[in-house]
Design a protein around this ligand. Structure first.
Ligand code: FE
Length: 299
């Protein structure tokens, strides 16, 4: 599949509303994570609920992995830069994800899954993004797809900017995954020093970037390594222009907000507290692992 790369430019760039450093947390059975997008930012960055960055060459930081745990009401997108992880879930999906690969899981009405490292040494680095589902889709059937690195569409521009299109589309290139309602854009962008990258964005879409190598400049504001920049929604801006100071690599993530209530309790993200209590009860009653019961509960 070869798609024609088109030139896209931005006349007026969004600026940086705020820089966020994230917070270190332990999750799973003891995995060290930088939680970049935390719960207080969910409303501002709607439809995105969480972004975790993990990266360590110390096995002790990741070896415990994420044993069986439930999810309901949203999607998880795991992007591995380096390392190997195996996924198994109660909907019968199993696969491993390795360097450069993406795993996209729609929890919908409920899955119980495990995400365990398949390495006991060396570097493990990557990201997990949580994308909310519209109210009407929260109880849909679970869905899952492994996208190996070779199947993630990529292109290089004359400026030297190398782009991997995980979701959405850019410069005429469609990404690995598309979603209608939230229209997520998820790019991994590598920039040589001095290069710039233009990404058109609808003004109403919430957008942020996370720099994981080097540093970049957006509208005169420096975004250092390991920082998230929340981009403003300036009405006269038609996108964002990202310039590399040093050679840089970053994620650019954007989507259309749902503007629906968000009720979260750990791995359950619904619209009301009552729906969250129901999720906890259904999980306790084994309805996530019994697909017939889950279907009945959804009906
Ligand atoms: Fe999980």
């Amino acid at each position: 599949m070869t798609q024609q790369v088109q030139t896209q430019t931005v006349a007026t760039s969004r600026g940086v509303e705020r820089l966020v450093g994230g917070q270190f947390v332990m999750d799973g059975a003891g995995v060290k994570i930088n939680r970049v997008l935390t719960q207080p930012l969910q409303r501002r960055l709607d439809p995105f609920l969480m972004l975790d960055a993990f990266g360590s060459d110390k096995a002790g930081d990741y070896i415990a992995g994420f044993p069986e745990h439930p999810h309901r009401g949203f999607e998880t997108v795991t992007y591995m830069l380096e390392g190997r992880m195996r996924h198994r879930d109660s909907a019968g999906h199993e696969g491993s994800i390795s360097s450069g690969g993406v795993q996209w899981m729609t929890a919908g009405r409920g899955v119980v899954h495990s995400e365990m490292p398949e390495q006991d040494e060396g570097l493990m680095e990557g990201f997990q993004l949580w994308l909310n589902l519209p109210a009407q889709d929260k109880m849909r059937a679970p869905w899952y797809r492994d996208i190996p690195a070779a199947d993630v569409p990529r292109f290089t521009l004359a400026s030297g900017a190398a782009v991997q299109v995980i979701a959405g589309s850019t410069h005429g290139v469609d990404g690995a995954v598309r979603r209608d309602v939230t229209e997520p854009l998820y790019l991994d962008i590598e920039l040589p020093a001095g290069a710039a990258f233009d990404q058109p964005l609808p003004a109403g879409h919430n957008a942020f970037l996370y720099v994981f190598r080097g540093d970049v400049i957006v509208e005169g504001k420096a975004v250092p390594q390991a920082r998230m920049a929340i981009l403003d929604n300036a009405r006269d801006a038609d996108g964002v222009r990202i310039k590399a100071g040093a050679p840089a690599r970053l994620l650019l993530i954007a989507g259309r907000p749902l503007n629906e209530p968000i009720a979260q309790y750990g791995p359950f993200v619904m619209n009301t507290q009552a729906e969250v209590f129901q999720a906890v009860e259904d999980f306790r009653n084994g309805k996530f692992t019994d697909s017939t019961a889950a279907a009945a509960a959804a009906a």
